[in-house]
Design a protein. Sequence first.
Length: 123
Amino acid sequence: MITINQTSQVPIYDQIKLGLKGLVKKGLLRPGDAAPSIRKMASDLKVNPNTVARAYRELTAEGFFESLRGQENTISPRAAKLAEDTDRKVLETLEAALKGALQSGFSWGEIEKMIAAVKRKLL
């Protein structure tokens, strides 16, 4: 399901959002499927339910979830498009960072070492 890295600099609620988007991208959650309850998600991930609630509120505001008062959150028909948009934004950010590093005089070897250091830090 979703994995949370407690030592990551990425806030836990963002990790939850990205994890749910990844599940949609992989086809493990589809439009119309019920999202796990906040309480179950919090229990499974061993995080505060308020953290999950924040992620769910933001996903609802983004249109990833459809939510009716008093009913469960369901994956919206737009969810797959939103997950793709996230991928595109990440790629654009990464491309900009790599261009900036090259323009600053870093070699590809130095950039690869930096990426490896960041990867170790995040894992």
